[in-house]
Design a protein around this ligand. Structure first.
Ligand SMILES: C[S@@+](CC[C@H](N)C(=O)[O-])C[C@H]1O[C@@H](n2cnc3c(N)ncnc32)[C@H](O)[C@@H]1O
Length: 199
């Protein structure tokens, strides 16, 4: 069991149990859904994201997960003291996330919809505005009654080539002093603030 010395034992145990259940959910999803049809849900390395969230937490800070899938990271953020919210395009995953939050005793909130705000479109300098695996849907911010610039920490797991879209979206609609936490298979976790990588 990976236990963080920076958390008390009870909280560490709760988060460990959450992540274990999350890994089981991902395993089942992979077999039941992804074997028959392509789906962009792949679970992050929860231990790596947890370590980054512990560094970023401050009481009452608002956390948003872009593409929250089964909700593990948003619920983890909520248990760590953030006000945690997630937006996910796939309504069946949002149902799973809400049930998981209830079992975990978390107040994390989830909206069905897109994390792309209404009216925003990706237009990179090179002109190729394809958004990769990031799907389209009604903006999820309305259901959360918040806009992107209400959040102190925004988290996303971009597929290869999608990181620039997330950085651009944050530049356009995020607060300048907010953190963008990204997890990628290639680099693990990275934190940006004002578009710049923090060391
Ligand atoms: C790579 S998975 C990341 C899952 C989770 N955030 C994690 O870190 O373990 C990407 C998720 O984003 C969702 N997604 C894709 N496009 C979206 C959009 N425009 N708005 C909201 N969710 C989206 C997918 O359905 C999928 O669950």
């Amino acid at each position: 069991m990976s236990e963080s010395p920076r958390l008390d034992a009870a909280l560490s145990e709760r988060i460990h149990a959450l992540c274990e259940e999350g890994r089981d959910l991902w395993h089942d999803f992979d077999i039941e859904v992804r074997q028959d049809q392509w789906h962009s849900f792949v679970a992050a390395d929860y231990d790596a994201v947890q370590a980054a969230l512990i560094d970023l937490r401050s009481p009452g800070a608002r956390f948003l997960e872009w593409g929250s899938a089964t909700g593990v990271v948003t619920i983890m953020a909520d248990l760590l003291g953030f006000e945690g919210s997630g937006i996910e395009l796939d309504a069946s995953l949002v149902r799973v996330a809400r049930e998981l939050a209830e079992r975990a005793g978390s107040k994390a909130r989830f909206a069905v919809g897109s994390f792309i705000p209404l009216g925003w479109a990706w237009s990179p300098p090179g002109g190729d505005g394809r958004s990769g695996t990031i799907g389209e849907g009604t903006s999820g911010y309305l259901e959360l009654e918040r806009s992107l610039d209400d959040y102190d920490v925004v988290y996303g797991y971009p597929w290869s080539g999608e990181e620039d879209l997330m950085l651009d979206l944050m530049r356009a609609h995020g607060r300048e002093d907010a953190r963008l936490l990204l997890y990628t298979v290639e680099s693990g976790t990275k934190v940006y603030r004002g578009g710049k990588l923090e060391v």
